[in-house]
Design a protein around this ligand. Sequence first.
Ligand SMILES: NC(=O)C1=CN([C@@H]2O[C@H](COP(=O)(O)OP(=O)(O)OC[C@H]3O[C@@H](n4cnc5c(N)ncnc54)[C@H](O)[C@@H]3O)[C@@H](O)[C@H]2O)[C@H](O)CC1
Ligand SMILES: [K+]
Length: 518
Amino acid sequence: MSCEFRDRIVTAEQMRAIEGRLFEAGMPVAALMEKVAGRIAAWVVGQFPLQRYPRIAVVAGPGHNGGDALVIARELAAQSYQVQVCSPADRLKPLTADHLRFIGYLGIPVVKAVETLDPWDVLIDGLFGFGLERSVEGAMADAVAAINAANRPVVSIDLPSGLHTDTGEALGIAVQATHTLCLGMWKRAFCQEESLAYLGQPHLIGFDIPPQAIEAGLENVPSVWRATLATIREKLPLPRQPNTHKYRVGHLLLVAGSRPYAGAALLAALGARASGVGMLTLAVPESLRLMVVAQIPEALVVGCPETTEGAIAHLPDTLDLSRYSAIACGPGLSRHAGKVVKAVLQSQTPLLLDADGLNGLADLGTIETLKQRQSPTVLTPHRGEFKRLFPEQLENSGDGGAAVQQAAAQSGAVVLLKGACTAIAHPNGTLWYIPESTPALARGGSGDVLTGLIGGLLAQAMASDADDSFNSALDAALVGAWWHGQGARAAARDRTELGVDGTQLAQYLNPVLAQVLA
Ligand SMILES: NC(=O)C1=CN([C@@H]2O[C@H](COP(=O)(O)OP(=O)(O)OC[C@H]3O[C@@H](n4cnc5c(N)ncnc54)[C@H](O)[C@@H]3O)[C@@H](O)[C@H]2O)[C@H](O)CC1
Ligand SMILES: [K+]
């Protein structure tokens, strides 16, 4: 995989293993602390210039996160900031205690409680980093509460103090940062929904970890990644071969819609349109056929026999499912189209199931049989649909990513859990997070656009001669989810978070891609 280590995500245990390699190889802990803290201090000076933010408060905890904070305090004082330190802990690790002693020697004021600090312009939070193990209580909890109550810019070192490094949940109470400077490698908490209210703007501060330490520290663990433009760029179906033609860039069959949910079929079609797929066929209830033809003129539209509720009763016998590069099935089908879901599952065509496609799958109760399909299946549930399909996984862990990994391993499908931090897993355990999204997407219709977009990308990927169709399916899901998020963010910037309906979202997809690739 050509992704960069800087996009890799680690747990606290893995970070400790990597760090351990460095220390074993001779890197002194104190030297690493100097290096990291020097880089953070430089970042703070750039972000909060002395003229505008002269007063800096530094809150230092008992461990090495506190040590980092004290080195930063020393460096900022040397650059003429008015620095004051709060050290609420009673017992400090030796290195941290040394730094605190030196802070005293320099004449930098030190207090025990945040409430007794003089007013400040920016606060540096170094109470706890990735070493936090238990709930924050007593003087430490008071310090966090006072930091949050002050409502001033807060820069958290490594993690907002109080957050669990892996699950991102607040252990009792946690600092609400405006900026979090994650050190060395992205920690899992940066991709958990629970932590979004605490992180503020996340930044990675590298400290030149040698690749051999990362490889050794992460040996035999499934890789977990953060999707960035650099990796997505490699996975996009661009540029096209100059001599390609429409049948070489995929034919998607989109099975969608019912009389009550006709719009879902249209929104999914708009997503597919934006994907650039070579050919699009829509299978819809017969009564919707002419409406769909009028709205999506480039599509072939197949009218299907329908139930009394206006759902597709079954697919026409003349529809040969093996002709398509991929099938996307589900948006707006309603709960009366179970036969359709069964039919697409029985085909050997690469398949994406969403919405009522997933409900149909849950009703069939045959998750394990997905493993018998000879081509990839992609499942794109939101949390509710995920819980129906995989009832144990989310209960066992508050970590959405871990649940998705288990779901993918259990089903043999690529599983994408939609949310503020969309997570996508390959059955082999590889996990991707989409770190950038927007609450503008919390709206009916957004998911239908995503289904069409990923469906179209899946069809294009399957039409090309990929070596590993499961990897290509994962890439289609990844690219689609990232692109969808970027489209929504661009739309929200122009139209506010209230102005991003499905039709608008689809219209932003192609311009935003051109913009970010430029
Ligand atoms: N990533 C790296 O390689 C580097 C990390 N650095 C910084 O060090 C911290 C991690 O340091 P560590 O000492 O392991 O953890 P903490 O600072 O979070 O402190 C742990 C300390 O606190 C005690 N403790 C744990 N939970 C509680 C609690 N709820 N209440 C009270 N006390 C608690 C625990 O017993 C320990 O004594 C990392 O985040 C970076 O900021 C290096 O400086 C550079 C390299
Ligand atoms: K911290």
